[in-house]
Ligand binder design. Sequence first.
Ligand SMILES: *Cc1c(COP(=O)(O)O)cnc(C)c1O
Length: 512
Amino acid sequence: MDSEQFREFGKAAVDYIADYFDTIRDRPVLHSVQPGYLEELLPKEVPRTGETWQTVLRDVDKLIQPGITHWHHPNFHGYFAAANSFPAIVGEMMSAGFTSIGVNWMASPAYTELEMVMMDWLAKLLNLPEIFLNSSNGPGGGVLQGSASETTLLCLLTSRERKIQELQTENPDLKVEDILGKLVAYSSDQSNSSIERSGLLGAMPMRLLPSDSTGKLRGSTLLEAIKADKEKGLIPCYVVACLGTTPTCSFDDLSELGPICEEEKVWLHVDAAYAGAAFACPEYRHLMKGVEFVDSFNFNPHKWMLVNYDCSAMWLKDARCLIDSFNVDRIYLKHNKLPDIPEYRHWQIPLGRRLRAMKLWFVLRIYGVEGIQKYIRGHISQAKYFEKLVRSDSRFEVVTSILGLVCFRLQDDSSTQKLLDKLVERGKLFLIAATFDKKRVIRFAVCSRYSEKRDMDFAWNEILLVADSVVPKRKRKFNHSHYLLEENICFSDSLKIKRKMLCEPLPFTKDL
Ligand SMILES: *Cc1c(COP(=O)(O)O)cnc(C)c1O
C-alpha cells in the first residue's frame, strides 16, 4: 500500500468511525451473535493474494460490527464507562503513525518527555500531593501503564522489594527466602478481581477483608488482620485501598487506613480506577482525604476521562524501589544522556513502550479542565436524576448512589435477578448485577459520552415496564409516571422502526 492509498483508506476509516458514532443511538446496545459466529464466516487461512482495503473495510461492517457490544451507546449501563473521544482516537492514530519502540530515552526522547509532563498535568488536575510529580525534587513520579491490574501487581512487587530491604537493613543475616513465604497483602472483599489476581501473580496471599455495611474497609478490621498475621509470624507487606469499588463505588477512608499502614510499615496502594477521574472536580476531592499517606496511586483515564483504552495512570511517592526492582541494564540499552530523566522501562513489565501520552495530550488540550469537569458532572447529574426516578416507585430500593453509579433492587434477590435477566433479554438496556451487603443489586452506571437526561427516562421506563411483569402492583409517589409510561410505548415503537434500519450498512459502505 502506498501513501496515496493510505490517505484514501485512512479517510474512509475515519468516515466509518464518525458514521458509527453518528448512528450509535439507533443501534441495539448488544451484539447480535452466538459464540463461534466468526469462525464460520472467516476464511480458514491467510488470503493467497492481497485484497483491496475496500473489501476489508466492507467486512468490518459486515462481520465485525454485529459482534460489537456498543459500550458508547447511551443505553449501555454495564460495568463502568470505557472512555472514548475523537481527540483520543486521533491521538491513538498519531501514536501508531510514529511507532518507535520507546525502550529508553534515546529511542525517542519525545515518548519519555511527553509522558513526564502529561503525568504532572494529570496529577495537578486531580490535585494529588506535590510529592507525586515528576517535576518535584523528591524521588516521586508518575508513569502510564496499560491497566490498573498491571499497576496493582507492580506495586505489590515493589512493596515486596521495599520490605526485603527494610528487614535486611535491620538484620543483615536475614535471607530473602526466609522473608518471601511470609509476606501478606490485604484489600477489602469489595475490591476488584484484579486485586486478588495480583496476589496470585505475585505469590503473596491477598486477604480480602470484610467491608462494613457501607462497603468500606475499616481501619479496625485491617488492624486486627495485621495483628493476627504478625502473631502467626507472618509479615504484613501491602494494602490496596479502593476509592470507588467495582460493585457499588464505595470509598475506603484513607485517613483511617493511612496511619495504620505508616505505623506498620506496610505499602499503601490506591485503586481509584474509575472514580479517580472525579477528583478533577474539587467537590469530590473529600473522597480522597488522607491521600498524602499513600505510597502509590492509580486511576484509569481510560475509564472516565475520555482517553480510549489503554491508559492507566500510576504515581509513586518514591519510585526508587520500583526502579531498583526491575532494573536489568544491558549494554545495548545504555546511553550517556540526562541521568535525571526517568528510564520508564524500569517502571513497567514490558521492555518496549508506546506513545500512550499522545492521546492523553490531545484529550487534555482539546477538552481542557472545564471540558473534562463538565463531562464528569454531566454523568453524575444524570445518575442523580435516575436515582430520583427509582426512588419514586416504592417497589424499588436504592441501595447506593454515588458519582455515576446507582445500585438498586426490588424487594428480594430472586425478583431482582428476574428483572435483570428480562431486561438484558429484551436487549434495550445493558446492565449487570452485583452483590452488596449479601444482597443482589442491579448496577446502573452512566457510561456513554452521548448519554443525556432523556436516556435516563428511557431506561427507567423500560425498567418499569419489565418490573410490572415481575412485581405487578405499583404504588407511585410521583404522578408523572403515567406520562412516562406512555412515552415509553411510543419510544419502543420508534425503536422497532430504527432497528429495521439497522440491518442496512452504514452510509459509507454503501458508497464502496
Ligand atoms: C476497572 C477496574 C479495575 C481494572 O482495570 P484494568 O485497567 O482493566 O486492569 C480495577 N479496579 C477497579 C475499581 C476498576 O473499576
